[in-house]
Every structure is written in C-alpha cells, then in structure tokens.
Design a protein around this ligand. Sequence first.
Ligand SMILES: *Cc1c(COP(=O)(O)O)cnc(C)c1O
Length: 355
Amino acid sequence: MDKITIQRTSAPKAKPDVNGIPFGTYFTDHMFLMDYVKGQGWINPRIVPYGPISLEPSAMVFHYAQEIFEGLKAYRTAEGKIQLFRPYENIRRLNNSAERLCVPPIEEEDFMTALRTLIEVDADWVPSEPDTSLYIRPFVIATDPHVGVHASHTYLFAIICCPVGSYYPEGIDPVKIMIESRDVRAVRGGTGYTKCGGNYAASLRASEIAAEKGFSQVLWLDGVYRKYIEEVGSMNVMFKINGKIITPELTGSVLPGITRKSCIELLREWGYEVEERMLSIDELMAAAADGSLEEAWGTGTAAVVSPIGEISYLDKDYTVCGGKIGSVTQKLYDTITGIQWGKIEDKHNWIVPVC
Ligand SMILES: *Cc1c(COP(=O)(O)O)cnc(C)c1O
C-alpha cells in the first residue's frame, strides 16, 4: 500500500454529548478511503474530511449488493490511551467475507495501518466517559458503473467512525425475544457466515414484526429444518442448561462472532463445559419448561452480552432466570468489558494499543 495521504478538515465539528446521541448517527471529522482497480490493486489510500461520496447510479453495489462490512470499537483507558480489542479477528473476517462475495482481499497490515492512522487523526473523538467508545465501521462496496451481473472490477474501501455512549445507561435489562418461524436469516451455502449488507436486508421484515409485537429481538431458526437455533437478532446466542453452556455450532449460516469466540475461550478457562452443536427449539423449550434452562444471552460487539429474560414460542411465554441477568452472563460482561477498557489484565493478548 502507498503512503496514506492526510487531508485534515478545516471545519472540525463540535463534539456531542456522547450519552445523549443515538447509536450510529454522529460521525467523526475524518474517514479513510482507498480504491481498487483491477490490474492495479488497492491504490490511493487517503484520509479526508468525513462527507458524501459520489457514485454513478449504475454502481454495482446499488443493484447487486456486492458489499461487506465490519464493526469494532476503540476504547479509552483510565490512563488516556486508546486501544482495540482483537482487531485482527475483524480484519480476517472481512477478508473471509470478501472471498465469499468475490471482493479482492485487503492486506492485513495495510488494513491495520489504515485503522491506526484514522484513529490517530480522530483521537480526540474517542470518548472518555465510563462505558463509552468509538465505533468503527470499515466497509467495501462494488463501484463499477455497470448494470449487468458480474464481480465488479473496481471497489471502494472506506472506514468511518462514530462515538457511542454507554450501551446500558440504565443498567443491563434482559430482553424479550420471539422465535421466528416464517423468515430465515441465512442458509448453508449462502452468505450467513459473512458480514454482508444483504443478510441484514433479508432480516428486516421479521425484526419489524417482532418490534410491533413488543419483542426486542427474534431468535432465528435454520433454513432447512426450521428447527435448530442459529442466532438472536444480529447476535450469536448462548444458553446455560443444567450447568453446561450450549451455543450453535458454526455451520456456515451462523456468523462467527468475535464476542462469541471470546466468551467460549473464557468459559472454558473458568471450567465450564461448552458445547458447540445443533440445539433444537424443542430441546430448548423443554429445558425452559422444566427449569433446566438457567441462563440465555446474546453476544456481539455493540452490547458485549445481552441477557434474554423471556422467550415466546407458539404464543406461550417462558421466563428465563427470573427475568434477571444470570451470574455467568454478568461475569462474561464484567470480564470482557474490563479487558476492553484496560481495567483487567489482558492475559490473552487480545488488546492492540493504538496511541
Ligand atoms: C456482527 C454479527 C455478530 C456478532 O459478531 P461480533 O464479532 O461478536 O460483533 C453476530 N451475528 C451477526 C449476524 C452479526 O452480523
């Protein structure tokens, strides 16, 4: 990759009260951009003021959804330093998504340099209030001006950032979820294991209907048997049943979450038996009915863990863990956030300091 050119904004924006703005609405002063041209590779890496980008209406991303993205956060420690949590996992996952969607890969160290340089330029946008962070959204879009189905020959790689407030300003409140029996999020052989925009487009209808009925997430079942649990909303999902932790295995339709992976590693270190396997809705509902379902939670970068307090299936409601956060869920939350903000020693080498 060539040297990144930096064009600083002449009109820096006011910093918002980070706990007073909705997630993902207020962006920092700068963004990273880089172009891909077949035959030349990734060229023209640059940091420019955050603002609109110009594309032909025929740009392939608008028509055929050749788009992939990532989501990670930068955290400010008590000493004022800025650090990332397992960023190479995000970089590798973007390249796995790229392979599935015929997008050219990005050299790992180039990607890391882009992240570092952008965070350094926008360093004063990383908030320091408790539990706040800078959300980072790298993405790639197909830009060929061509209405015709093929893999694009040109792409734009961009990284944008937004300061985000505490995910749980009023404390962690368990969510009510609904089992989705009509729509499926992904199928094996499809794009379920990638972070691509199309997966989200297909998930919207179920989420909208669930929200109208008062549920905050849907529990997705597999697309073949309509029977095995896959994910909850846009999070991975874990259950504690009879003392054991059970989470759906990565069959190709489940997104390999970095929070999921971190939870599994911690749980095994703490001595829990963790089973990555198919878990049917019948097995889950039987465990909910006889009381052996002790805890349930979703995992993802935005919330870290999101406890599930109620599950609705075939118009029957089951309360989990008395509708409260369970002790394993709480311990995972405390440990992972403790490492992210530098309050707990990082024994796993998960932290990458930036500046
Ligand atoms: C991003 C995402 C997750 C969580 O992944 P993390 O790496 O833990 O943030 C889970 N499921 C889906 C569908 C996702 O898009």
